[in-house]
Structures are given as structure tokens and as C-alpha cells.
Design a protein around this ligand. Sequence first.
Ligand SMILES: Cc1cc2nc3c(=O)[nH]c(=O)nc-3n(C[C@H](O)[C@H](O)[C@H](O)COP(=O)(O)OP(=O)(O)OC[C@H]3O[C@@H](n4cnc5c(N)ncnc54)[C@H](O)[C@@H]3O)c2cc1C
Length: 478
Amino acid sequence: MSDELLDSLKNLVGKNGYLEAGDVGERYYTDPRGTGDVQPAFVLRPSTAGELSDIMKLCHAAAQPVVAQGGMTGLVGGGKPLGDEIPISFERMNRIEELDTKTNTMTVQCGTPLQTIQDHADQHDLLFPLDLGSRGSCTIGGNLSTNAGGNRVIRYGMARDLVLGVEAVLSDGTIVSSMNKFVKNNAGYDLKQLFIGSEGTLGLITRATLRLHRKPRSQIVGFCAAPGFDAVVDFMHHMQSAMGGNLSAFEVMWTSVYHAIIDAVPTVKAPLSRDYPFYILVEVMGGRPEHDQHVFETTLNEALETGLIVDAIISKSQSDVDDFWRVRDSMAEAMSKQHSPVGFDISLSIGDMEVFAAEIDKRLAASCNGVRHFIGGHLGDGNLHLVVAAGESDPPPREQIESLVYGLTGELKGSISAEHGIGMMKRSHLHQSRNPAELALMRTLKNSLDPKCLLNPGRIFEMPGTNATDSTHSSELL
Ligand SMILES: Cc1cc2nc3c(=O)[nH]c(=O)nc-3n(C[C@H](O)[C@H](O)[C@H](O)COP(=O)(O)OP(=O)(O)OC[C@H]3O[C@@H](n4cnc5c(N)ncnc54)[C@H](O)[C@@H]3O)c2cc1C
């Protein structure tokens, strides 16, 4: 970066608007897996969309690349600065601007932490249902840019489904404001969708209008065991039929995951014995607590009688709910305690999941000496988290494991990224989930919105003529 640009940027944002040299802490260049590399010399911290727009005008004129940073909880190396990129941290754009109880919407700045949004909705007897383990640190800007998922997608959808309006700044500084509060808007292209899930490569999200839901009055959780994968799927359909829209989570753990959690995480109480092939956490949220509890218990009893499940325990208190969820939420911790774990976050058609599990077992056994694998995930969304860990011997090269897993995912026409995005970490495998016409259209979009390739260069895919090369690997142990 030239001294001239540096001075102009400093003058523009004032002394609270930037950090330099020793003041740039680790949080501006490390991610949850500690894969920080080089400390950037300079970080920008804009406080308004207008200021960001002026920053981008200067960067555009000087062809200066930038990288957007929310809470830096992303798992694919997207926010980590590379080369001479200037990090733009949204930590000062963290205000809730409005909660509108007529439209059930909340308007927020992009750097607002997810948990702040959840708590604010809760205080008004409303619910913002997006929920991730990183809720205390991740920001809504990061959630929208990655189209985050989480545990309640089966009922409320992904981040994309929970937003009505977005404001974004383009690479030349243009502010595009599509901040409507209504659900239906077919007046031309739905422009906000360009910025949701595009990982900061097409525009920088500055504000959003979020869609809130009425807060449910009941939350009931069952922890169940099933005798086989077909029974798991039939059980999910049984619950969907009986509970309708009240079904809010259906989380599945293969037996190896359950054992790993019980063995590795001392704070977890085992709700059921270790004898079963599959464990399921099923949750409903409704409006009539006693009625919901009765229907839930009856439905689970029917499943027991027909053999869809072989054991079950139902929550009777909030502390039971918390205990059952702690089992599922401890998957990441249990996996991180394995030997050299390599994590994957993939999507498959439910009909292919059993084939995938059997085939990956066979392929890993054939070519990766002694490795173990663990599978769990959000079954209703077709999303599996797979972790491959070394056994007694040295771990096989990560690339070998990745090529087996992504190869099989591609053969089954699945997605190599269900919810975490592509970032730097998965871009060499993107072609295994996207065909050449799709990839070409993605490049066309990037080229029209950001022809100088200044916004998060090299994330998702490389553009010809750019050199954002980084072989960072992180792992997705969730
Ligand atoms: C314990 C844990 C649990 C997790 N669970 C889940 C889960 O269940 N589901 C899930 O989907 N993810 C999960 N994640 C991953 C992560 O929390 C999400 O990807 C989250 O949405 C990232 O938000 P962030 O603010 O931390 O974004 P960052 O990590 O700061 O950024 C992520 C990407 O978005 C870009 N970006 C950030 N802000 C903006 C902006 N305002 N405009 C444009 N681009 C921007 C960045 O450049 C980067 O490419 C988990 C992570 C952890 C550590």
C-alpha cells in the first residue's frame, strides 16, 4: 500500500477508525483453529456505511484489496488477511437500530453479535431462530455472508430465509440499499441474495432487516436410540407427520460419535446406554406446553411400539433440555480430542447417506491405515459432519483424506460445503460440487460486481490474473 493511500485512509476514518503495527491484535489474523499467519500492518474499523463507501472509493482508485472481518469464527479461512490485503473489521458497526413489533423485524448493523440479536428479540417475546455454537462471537454480517445454518434449519431455514432486507457496499464504493421489511418483493431481481452466501466476494454487507418469529411457549427434547439408518429416516418422517411445523431439530449421531462424546467430555451425562447404532436428539417447540408435551410423548411411544426407536428419554425440565443439547453440542470438543482430526461439512441426499457411510468406511480402510471416522449432523437438512482421525499410527496426509471424502461426495452429487462456505480452504475442491457452467457464471458475477477483484480476493475461487494463494487448512469439527 502506498504512503499516500495510507494517509488518505487515516484522515478519512480518524484515529478510532484504524489500528496499526503493535495495536493489531491476534483476533484480526487468526481463526478458531489458530491458523493465523502474518500480522497485518493496518486494520480499518469503519463506523458507518457512508464511511465504508468512502474507504472503498479510495481503495478502488488505488486497486487496493481488502478482506471483510466479522467475529472471525468462520471455519474455512475466509476472513484471514493474505498478502497486502487491508482487513476491514466491522466491530464498530454493532448497533441494533430498530425492533418493529408490527412487522416482527429487527434492523441491525452488520457487526452486531448474533447473541445480542437473539437476546434483544427474546426481551420482546420474539425469536431470532438462527443459532450456532459461535453465537457469542459471530456477527450477523458474517452469518449472512456465509449463509449460516445451525441447529434449527429444519424449521426456520438458513440465514438466507431469515432476512428481508440488506444494505451493501460494492467494491467501487456504491451503496446498494435493499432494506425492505416485507416478505414479498418480486420487483425485479432479489438483489440481497447476491450478498448472502457469497462470502464477502461481491459486496460488503453493512446493515440488514431480519425476520423475527413469535417466541414458542414450549420446548421439549427427546433423546432417542434407533436400531438402524432406515429406522432413523422413518422416525424423522413419523415426527414430521405428527408434529408438523413444531419440529425444530432432528440431530443424528452415529454410535462412534456418541461414544467419543461420552468418553471425551466429562461434563456430559450419558442420557442412554452405549449399546445402540444410532442416537437422535429430537426437539419440538410449540405454543401450548401441556398439549405439546402430551403429543410429543404419545408420538414417541408410537415410535417405540413400532420399533422405529428402541429407547428414549424425554425432557421434563429446562435442565433436562440443556443436558440433552449438551451431548450434541459437545461433538466439536470430543472431535478435537481425537488424534489429528480432519473435519468435513457436507450435504447429501438422505437416500445416499447410508451408502456414503459404508463406502467411506471401505475406502478409508483400504488406503488410510488405521484411521477412524465419526459421523453426525443435521439429518433433516441433509447435512452431515464427518471427522476422520488417525489411529495408533501416523496420520495419513490430509490431502489424501480430503480427496477420498470429496471424491465420494462428488460421485453422489452432494455438496462439499453444507453450511460453512468455501473460503480458502475448499476452493480446490469446488469443481466436485459445481459444474463448469455454474463456475463460469460465478466468475461472470464476480467480474461484473468487482472487476478489479478487490473484495476478499481468492475466496471461493481464484480469478484469472490474481495471486491470492494460501494453502491454509482448518477443520470443521462440528
Ligand atoms: C464453535 C463454532 C460453532 C459453529 N457452528 C456453526 C454452525 O452450526 N453453522 C454454521 O453455518 N457455521 C458455524 N460456525 C462457523 C461460523 O461461526 C459461521 O460461519 C459464522 O457465520 C461466521 O460469522 P463471523 O461473524 O465470525 O464471520 P467471519 O468469520 O468474520 O467471516 C466469515 C466470512 O464472511 C466474510 N464477512 C464477514 N463479515 C462480512 C460483512 N459484513 N460483509 C461481507 N462479508 C463479510 C468474511 O470475509 C469471511 O469470508 C461455527 C463456528 C464455531 C467456532
